[in-house]
Design a binder for this molecule. Sequence first.
Ligand code: URA
Length: 450
Amino acid sequence: MQYRWTVFFVFRFMRPQEIIAKKRDHHSLSSEEIGVFIDGVTNGEWADYQITALVMAMFINGLDQAEQDELTRAMIYSGKTLDLSDVGRPVVDKHSTGGVGDKTSLIIAPAAAACGLAVPMISGRGLGHTGGTLDKLESIPGFSVGLSTARFKELLIKNGYAMAGQTGEIAPADKKLYALRDATATVPYIPLIVASIMSKKLAEDLDALVLDVKTGTGAFMQKYEDSVKLAAALVRTGEAFGVKTQAVVSDMNQPLGKFVGNSLEVYECIKILRGEIEPGMEPTLELSIELIAEMLQLGGVADSADKAKVLVRQVLDSGAALAKFRENVEAQEGDPRVCDDPEMLVDRSLLRLPVKAASPGYISAVDAFALGRAICDIGGGRVKAEDNVDHAVGYASAVKIGDEVRAGEAIGVVYCRTETQFESISEKLRNAYKISEVSPETTKLIRATV
Ligand code: URA
């Protein structure tokens, strides 16, 4: 807060055009200039065209390390920061850069809490081809993600985790900036991404943070080298701000696990928590275990990856993680019967129509972006932030890269409301799968740890 007031009083009258011109002319901005910019974004004094002009200048002419750190700092303090110092357990969160069928948060939060961590999950909504944890949670009847800060903390202390949406109070500058970056093609620049992601996470008063940086056709960083660079930049920033940070680069060249679509993804997570894993769900479990194990080590609950994984298996096998999940569903006003009967989440009135392989051979590549986008197009996600979501519709993958298929065999099943919906996306889905005559090399799910 003190930081903001200094910026406000000393540099209140620095004009936007002077700061924009400085970056336009390739100079580094001072911490005060960055502070004035973020203050102007937060309090509405900078017009959208001034904000986007400066962001574009940053995108084109670059930000150095000091500027990136100052931008992150200014964005953290653009709103409130949580005080979780009295939670009584190591406070460790996980953040994913987003993918298709990426549902691990619903397993990670209860399992990590059952192992002794406090997990303050502040999540987002889906946009475009990627889903969002809040939309998934809202497919549980009654579940409320709108928690006040006080209630959020109360649940964290009582249950070990809470799942909420980002209020306007945490890093409000990012909300505004991200919307403008999205509309002006300035999202894919690592320093801006780092400031955006880390400002939200560092405002949570964490002891440690594990990042799941996706790479591949369904990730917003498609090239492996770029994903590793992003992971390294995120880790460096976390550490620079005093939070133990680790990143896992995980494969997103095909949907994660079996299902894509909000209710269906919650179904998959509850089946895994119940120990009733279905074919195709294994990668969801594997990645969840890997990420929880990193969290337990950073949080000081386990001193090796092997011990951490044993602990995770114990809370999954004993039902302790499922019990935590149930506690949270009850506390956040959801219907806990979904824990006993996950079939409740699968809408029986939906049509289930198969997508058939066009030719025989091996699945050699999947355009996960196209697949996520197709499910979004039938209502499973949002094209624009204000769109409504149909929580029930979705897709079940029947094959993975490397699988052999016959012509006409089902490679996936669409859960949709009408045949017209199916027809509008079936071709796109079929084309999302590349089938080759030779068996392809497959990549590991966990590509790197940074
Ligand atoms: N996710 C974010 O929260 N911010 C970005 O800039 C990119 C992805």
